[in-house]
Design a protein around this ligand. Sequence first.
Ligand code: CMC
Length: 380
Amino acid sequence: MADELKRGLEGVLVAESDLSYVDGEVGKLVYRGYDIEDLARGASYEEVLYLLWHGSLPTAAELDSFAADLAAEREVNDDVIETVRALADADERPMAALRTATSMLSAYDPDGESDDGESALRQGRRITAKIPTVLAAFERVRQGEEPVAPDPDLSHAGNFLYMLTGTEPDAVSEETFDMALTLHADHGLNASTFTAMVIGSTMADVYSGVTGGIGALSGPLHGGANQDVMEVLHEIDASSKDPVQWVKDVRADGGRIPGFGHRVYKVKDPRAKILEEKLRDLSESSGDTKWLDYTTAIEEYLTDQGLVEKGIAPNVDFYSGSVYDSLGIPVDMYTPIFAMSRVGGWIAHVAEYQEDNRLIRPRARYTGPEDAEFIPLDER
Ligand code: CMC
């Protein structure tokens, strides 16, 4: 039994956590006991961060002080902004630019090398506050515009949209974006969170853990899927193909449908349900239902084909892209936005794990040759 191999660590328990619980059989997600639906509709991203990092929902006074402390950390050193400019000029991909800039932020952290839980959490707060500034600056420079300085009077969600466009967002956009941040903040031991935990388990610093998390999140099997979904919708639109025909073609080639399937959920992801509803509201109020029509047609077809019944159901990425599109956010910023939210979960999990740390160090079953005879280089 000890030597049983679990490919992809499927179903393996490696830690205890109070942070989030995913019930994949019924499609339920909770953060510290609170249903994601209640949090998405009732709590701001700042409240959710407080909940994850400090263990309970804040009072109004606690939230005010927490949000002010977070907002006070939004400014980013000029050297980092210069690097962001260089990365944008070099046409770097946004997730790679974010990975580089996040790593560089550590050089300017006043706590230096964190060696206790409190300074690690302070550093985590700084990273969380600065990631939106880095991302918005990168996008502005790519568009040939100057970065917009953060506004400490705006919410985390509102300030990001403001720095991206230079205009304060309307209430619906801010609320929609805030909801998306809340929905993505934590999700058990997903690949990027586990990556951050593995790094944290060596007692490496928070910047290393977050930088690693960004790398893991960038892949198409994880956070990269939200961009893939939107690219598919654009491709369908540009080719004037029927969305169902597009799906049939992909399936005939043995391809995967981005935004479908999940290691834990065997039913529709509860986050997808909330985002679908949001997309419906936004589409109906704008009168533009194109993405809603395409995604609905794809989901209905795959349901008829029995795929959803087999457990390959829409995940969070299937609807998030269309919602971001309605906010005017460029497609290749979707995964960085996922990182901008999930950083809260990475930091919470690393801090929780380090409280009772044990180095994470699994094994592989060795399948290479045995007793190979060594031949010196000049005789080979
Ligand atoms: N389209 C078609 N078939 C699929 C899909 C899909 N999107 N996902 C899984 N399958 C099939 C797969 O072909 C396999 O079939 P078979 O057993 O006949 O070979 C079976 O389902 C199991 O797939 P798996 O890859 O062994 O399962 P997994 O738990 O390793 O996969 C996954 C999870 C998310 C990698 C996979 O569902 C996938 O590639 N989905 C598309 C990418 C995507 O949407 N990723 C976002 C995940 S949710 C947000 C996040 O975590 O970032």
